[in-house]
Design a protein around this ligand. Structure first.
Ligand SMILES: Nc1ncnc2c1ncn2[C@@H]1O[C@H](COP(=O)(O)OP(=O)(O)O)[C@@H](O)[C@H]1O
Ligand SMILES: C[C@@](O)(CCOP(=O)(O)O)CC(=O)O
Ligand SMILES: [Mg+2]
Length: 403
């Protein structure tokens, strides 16, 4: 049987406070971005399964017969869905020829794809048995830069495969350009996306796939797998800077864990302090919606950014390129911190309401002179969606249809 063609998208995210600490059960505050990853799934009839990932220069095709051999390693226990099937991951690593060490971007993306494809289509969870298909993905997000591209990719894979298998319905109505799934379907998408994140991140907190899945509007508070949308927060002006220094979230998350294991009495208080920063920030943001916003509110927000950036350096995820970002913006009276896993990648800079366009333009020029990309962000993109192709920007459809 052929699968249904399907086109989906999911947003990236920026973490205001709490990256890394959130992996260890602390609070994080995050926003969704108006930069999205798009995935098109198309049925084929030639017995091949193909994946086109132009952002990371990865184009692979397999014969269905090769993939079918891997299904003998699938666990048929329902409860296994919550945990990553270690045996399947091991076999998939052998299949793609990376048995030891960390995976590069291409291998991680392929592994996440094969894991979700085989788990959903090859295990009797689907009425469609191992379909021939092409998946093409294009993202507006920089990959491996701290803006949650891995989660947006995993959310898109989960949504498209679940929809194609018929595990969730298609939410598109003829009179609407885009469709959203109900809460129960979103739960399922989120849990499969979390599996993808486990393959790419090793030990993810789940905050990124939650932001990619749910419609959070403004900001969310994430703690131990639970999300609370914060409806009462002011709209913050934020500058996003990509230092373009490549790094891997998986490596950085593992580095932090090693440091905590080695020096628990020193590192745990730092994580507790990051937690207090997130909670204090949330409190200040809430106050800002109940009383007139004053300079004092912004002074505290700036101080929290500075302290958190020092903490992130202490836990070992800073980078000279991020130090430069902080220094360049400080010279203009602005405060910055890394966002996401750090080690390079992106940082955020808080702009005050009174920060004039000369200052913003000047700062952006200084940062671009350092070789960085820099833009004022618009936050609050919707969670995962299904689209009619006509609702997606032409240039994106052009890339997706190229393969
Ligand atoms: N558009 C994409 N196409 C293919 N793979 C992607 C895409 N976006 C993300 N990925 C996968 O996610 C990895 C980056 O994840 P990660 O290190 O967590 O960084 P981040 O999530 O901050 O961008 C990439 O190396 C790749 O394996
Ligand atoms: C460092 C961490 O808190 C966020 C990582 O985000 P990103 O992959 O760098 O976009 C890890 C996690 O929460 O899973
Ligand atoms: Mg990631």
């Amino acid at each position: 049987m052929e699968v249904r063609d399907c086109l989906v998208s999911a947003p990236g995210k920026a973490i205001l406070h709490g990256e890394h600490a959130v992996v260890h059960g602390k609070v994080a505050l995050a926003v969704s971005l108006n930069l999205r990853t798009y995935l098109q799934l198309k049925a084929r009839s030639d017995g091949k399964v193909c994946i086109n990932l132009p952002n990371i220069d990865t184009f692979v095709c397999w014969e269905l017969s090769e993939l079918k051999q891997l299904t003998s390693f699938l666990s048929d226990k329902k409860e296994e869905m919550q945990r990553l099937d270690a045996e399947l991951v091991k076999r998939l690593r052998e299949f793609i020829g990376v048995t030891n060490g960390n995976l590069d971007s291409s291998a991680s993306a392929i592994l996440a794809f094969l894991y979700i494809y085989l788990s959903l289509f090859g295990s009797g969870r689907s009425i469609i048995d191992m379909p021939s298909l092409t998946v093409s993905v294009w993202s507006e997000l920089p990959t491996g830069a701290g803006l949650g591209s891995s989660a947006a990719y995993s959310v898109c894979l989960a949504a498209a495969f679940l929809c194609a298998t018929g595990n969730i319905p298609t939410p598109l109505k003829e009179w609407e350009q885009t469709g959203r799934w109900c809460q129960e379907d979103l739960e399922l998408i989120n849990s499969w996306a979390f599996q993808g994140e486990k393959i790419i991140h090793g030990n993810p907190s789940g905050v990124d796939n939650a932001v990619g899945t749910w419609d959070i509007g403004g900001m969310l508070r994430f703690l131990a797998g639970k999300i609370i949308p914060l409806s009462r927060v002011p709209l913050l002006r934020i500058l996003l800077t990509n230092t373009k220094v490549p790094r891997s979230t998986k490596v950085l998350v593992a580095r932090v864990k090693d440091k905590i294991n080695k020096l628990p009495s020193i590192m745990i208080p730092v994580l507790d302090s990051v937690d207090a920063i997130s909670c204090t920030c949330e409190k200040v943001l809430t106050e800002m919606t109940c009383e007139p916003i004053t300079g004092d509110h912004y002074n505290i927000l700036e101080e929290l950014i500075d302290i958190n950036q020092h903490h992130l350096n202490v836990i070992g995820v800073g980078h000279p390129s991020l130090d430069t970002l902080c220094q360049v913006t400080a010279a203009r009276g602005l405060h910055s911190k890394l966002t996401g896993a750090g080690g390079g990648g992106c940082g955020i800079t808080l702009l005050r309401p009174e920060t004039d366009s000369t200052t913003v333009q000047g700062t952006m020029k200084d940062l671009r002179d350092c070789g960085y990309d820099c833009w004022e962000t618009s936050i609050g993109g919707p969670g995962v969606q299904q689209h009619f192709p006509s609702s997606v920007k032409e240039e994106i459809m052009e890339v997706l249809n190229r393969y």
